[in-house]
Design a protein around this ligand. Structure first.
Ligand code: ADP
Length: 406
């Protein structure tokens, strides 16, 4: 049987991330990152499989648009020297990461004119992301028109939330008029780690109450009961919920009214304040990088320590809330840059949580790359599970394409 190669594309404002993998074996044939799209000195970092391991090359090229960037990626994948496939027909399908699918998408979708139109409609809700995803979809369609394309939405996994969870206590008309409600993000990651945690535990996902903490520069928690998202901490935008690298997370929105009045802030200044100048960076005054926060807190820097303590306190808050919401918790998962790599953070979060049955085994916590880090007899399985959004996007893409032929 020939390999089922899926090309995963994630198009940002000036970048294209790509990964080509055989979805059945999860073997990555190539992955890379095109930076500075729109500039003459754009860079392609290409990592590709060779006979014994992987090679890396870096190319600098004039890449004026996403279309030029994707064309180069397609050529590079078939390149005599650095390529990994003989022919583009060795690619079974293309999966696009799409941040916002609005209320219409509870699942990934085969891309046709209607889906493209719906993604376009959601530009209002995700102005920094959806336009670039669409540019990537259009470019791919023009370059390889016979290939199947699938959209995998960050919001789709959370569409199972109940109305009393996703509604905000604002006038109902605003929901009808502008779609103002909680959507949630990081859905691909939460779904992947929940599935993978169940697999590692050799349990049925349907039988588990899981709280997943995706802790990277962006951070969110998700309550997953029976395999579906019942609540998540991000909202109408990826600003709410947990404290993040440079974003506030939850706070009283009336603070903004007060500041607009006191400091005559413009809309864009308010946006910069809450999205780029807050979070770990805003409190510590040092960095958004969690490693820097830990390093400086260790050296006795009080504001770095405060940033760390606040970051931890908010995660604990959501674990408590979601345990109550699901009437229990079986599995607590840590994932993404901080969740996967910081035993200190995981220990701090799980401290004084024995009332809920949450504790970590120090040895397992300090040495774990993937798996259970709670003591054997612990009521709740605490786990470290590296996320793999590309793999989930590839699997979803293959599933949707296979569904076409049934
Ligand atoms: P993004 O949301 O940009 O995808 P990542 O998931 O890559 O973010 O996570 C980035 C965060 O992970 C940064 O705050 C970084 O400091 C943190 N991080 C990465 N490696 C480690 C580590 N070994 N220990 C602690 N934090 C880490």
């Amino acid at each position: 049987m020939s390999p089922k190669n899926i090309l995963v594309l994630n198009c940002g404002s000036s970048s294209v991330k790509y990964e080509l993998m055989d979805v059945d074996s999860s073997v990555i044939l190539a992955r890379g990152f095109v930076e500075k799209v729109g500039m003459e000195d754009a860079v392609i970092n290409h990592h590709y499989i060779v006979e014994y391991g992987y090679n890396d090359i870096k190319l600098v090229r004039d890449i004026s648009t996403h279309r030029v960037g994707i064309k180069m990626v397609i050529e590079l994948l078939q390149d005599e020297e650095h390529g990994v496939i003989n022919d583009i027909n060795d690619v079974y399908g293309i999966g696009h990461r799409v941040v916002h699918g609005g209320e219409g998408y509870t699942d990934s979708a085969y891309i046709d004119d209607k889906v493209k139109n719906d993604i376009k409609h959601c530009i209002e809700l995700a102005p920094l992301h959806n336009p670039h995803h669409l540019a990537g979809i259009d470019a791919t369609e023009k370059l390889i028109p016979d290939h199947h394309q699938v959209a995998v939405f960050d919001t789709a996994f959370h569409q199972t939330m109940e109305e009393d969870t996703y509604m905000y206590a604002l006038p109902y008309e605003l929901y009808k008029k502008h779609g103002i409600r909680k959507y949630g993000f990081h859905g691909t990651s939460h779904k992947y780690v929940a599935q993978h945690a169940a697999q590692l535990l050799e349990k049925r996902l349907d039988d588990l109450k899981i709280i997943s903490c995706h802790l990277g520069n962006g951070a969110s928690a998700c309550a997953i009961s029976g395999g579906v998202s019942v609540d998540t901490s991000m909202g109408f935008t990826p600003l709410s919920g947990l404290m993040m690298g440079t974003r506030t997370g939850d706070f009283d929105p009336a603070v903004l009214l007060y500041l607009i009045n006191k400091e005559s802030l413009s809309l864009s200044e308010v946006s910069t304040l809450i999205n780029r100048h807050s979070g770990l960076y805003g409190i510590s005054g040092i960095s958004r990088d969690f490693r820097e926060i830990i390093k400086n807190a260790d050296k006795g820097n009080k504001r770095a320590q405060l940033a760390l303590d606040m970051f931890v306190a908010r995660i604990k808050h959501y674990i408590g809330a979601y345990t109550a919401k699901m009437n229990g918790i079986d599995v607590l998962v840590f994932t993404a840059g901080i969740g996967e790599n910081s035993p200190v953070l995981r220990r701090m979060v799980c401290e004084n949580m024995d009332y809920l049955g949450i504790e970590v085994c120090e040895e397992a916590n300090n040495s774990c790359d993937e798996g259970v880090i709670s003591p054997e007899n612990s009521g709740v399985k605490v786990m470290c599970v590296p996320t793999n959004e590309e793999l989930l996007i590839a699997r979803e893409t293959a599933r949707i394409i296979e569904g076409l032929n049934k």
